[in-house]
Design a protein around this ligand. Structure first.
Ligand SMILES: [Zn+2]
Length: 289
C-alpha cells in the first residue's frame, strides 16, 4: 500500500519541525530534481542564512517559515520528508535516486524531500506569502479549524452537486482530506461514498460532521510525537477500510469491498455503508455505453 500524506501526516511533520528545526538557521539547500521547484524568485539559495521561525500546514501543504521566506511543500502521492540528525554533507546527485531536495541546518541535521515512482507530483515553492501558491489560494475550509462547525458543513453539502466521496476529497471545498481519510470518515459515518451530498441534512449531517472531526482529530492525536519515519506505519495499522479490500470489516466482519472512483479506487464495507449492496463501477459502465 502506498501511504499518501494527508492532513494528519502533514500536521505531524509540521509539529515535528516546530520541535526540532525552529530556532535553527538554514545552512544550505541542495536541489537535486529541478522540476520540483515551481518558483524561481526568490532563488532557493536565498534561504541560506535564514532562521527557521515556524512550521505549519495549509491543507496538505507543509509550510516551513524561514523568517518570512516560506518553503512550501506539497508531497503529492509519493513524496515524503526524511529527517536526518546527521545529514550527508555532500549534495545529492542530480537526477539519481529519489532525493529531490536537501535542506541542511546549522547543527548538521536536516531533511531530504524524496519522491518514489515515476509519476511526479512533489512540488516545492519558495515564496514570501504562502497565499500566492495557487494550490494554497484555492483551498477550502480546514476541517480542524474552529470555524469548521456543523453549520459550516451544512452550507457546503447544501450547495454541493458532488457525491460524498467527491465532496470530502475536493481540496477547494474542505482542505486536507484525501482518498484514505475520506474512506475512513464515510465508514465511521456509515454512509455510502456515492450518496449525493445535497441530501445530507438533519441527523445525517451531525453524524457526518462528527465523523470528519473525530477521524481527523484521532489521527492527529495518534501521530503526535511519532517520528517522521514511523508516521506511515502508524497510519497503515489504524485504517478501518481504506486499502483493506478483501479483509474483514473491523466493525461487522463483512468483507471490505472496492470500487473505482475518479482516477483511483475507494474501499467501503457493504454491510456498514450501503445496506449490504455492492456499489456498481460507474466509471466502467460509462465507458461501455
Ligand atoms: Zn462493516
Amino acid at each position: 500500500m502506498v501511504v499518501v500524506p494527508e492532513l494528519p501526516e502533514v500536521e505531524a511533520l509540521a509539529a515535528f519541525l516546530r520541535e526540532r528545526a525552529v530556532g535553527h538557521f538554514v545552512a544550505r539547500i541542495d536541489v537535486a530534481a529541478i522540476h520540483v521547484l515551481k518558483t524561481y524568485d526568490p532563488a532557493p539559495t536565498s534561504l541560506a542564512g535564514q532562521q527557521v521561525t515556524g512550521a505549519g500546514r495549509h491543507g496538505k501543504f507543509l509550510d516551513l517559515d524561514c523568517d518570512g521566506l516560506h518553503l512550501v511543500v506539497h508531497l503529492a502521492r509519493a513524496g515524503w520528508l526524511h529527517w536526518r540528525e546527521q545529514l550527508a554533507p555532500a549534495p545529492p546527485k542530480p537526477g539519481k535516486g529519489p532525493i529531490a531536495l536537501r535542506l541542511h541546518l546549522d547543527d548538521g541535521a536536516g531533511f531530504d524531500l524524496t519522491e518514489a515512482g515515476t509519476k511526479k507530483g512533489l512540488s516545492v515553492y519558495i515564496v514570501t506569502d504562502p497565499a500566492t501558491v495557487p494550490g494554497v489560494a484555492r483551498l477550502g475550509i480546514d476541517p480542524l479549524r474552529e470555524d469548521f462547525t456543523s453549520e459550516a458543513l451544512a452550507a457546503l453539502t447544501r450547495s454541493a452537486r458532488q457525491q460524498l466521496k467527491g465532496l470530502l476529497t475536493d481540496q477547494t471545498v474542505i482542505a486536507g482530506i484525501g482518498n484514505a481519510y475520506s474512506d475512513e470518515i464515510l465508514h465511521v459515518a456509515r454512509m455510502s461514498p456515492f450518496k449525493p451530498s445535497a441530501g445530507i441534512t438533519g441527523d445525517d449531517l451531525q453524524v457526518l460532521y462528527a465523523a470528519v472531526r473525530t477521524t481527523l482529530a484521532d489521527a492527529v492525536a495518534r501521530s503526535d510525537g511519532v517520528a517522521a519515519s514511523d508516521l506511515k506505519r502508524e497510519k497503515k495499522t489504524n485504517l478501518r477500510v481504506h486499502a483493506r479490500t478483501g479483509q474483514p470489516c473491523r466493525v461487522c466482519g463483512d468483507t471490505v469491498a472496492e470500487v473505482s472512483f475518479a482516477d483511483s479506487s475507494l474501499q467501503y464495507c457493504p454491510t456498514c455503508q450501503t445496506g449490504g449492496k455492492p456499489l456498481a463501477d460507474r466509471r466502467m459502465s460509462r465507458l461501455l455505453k
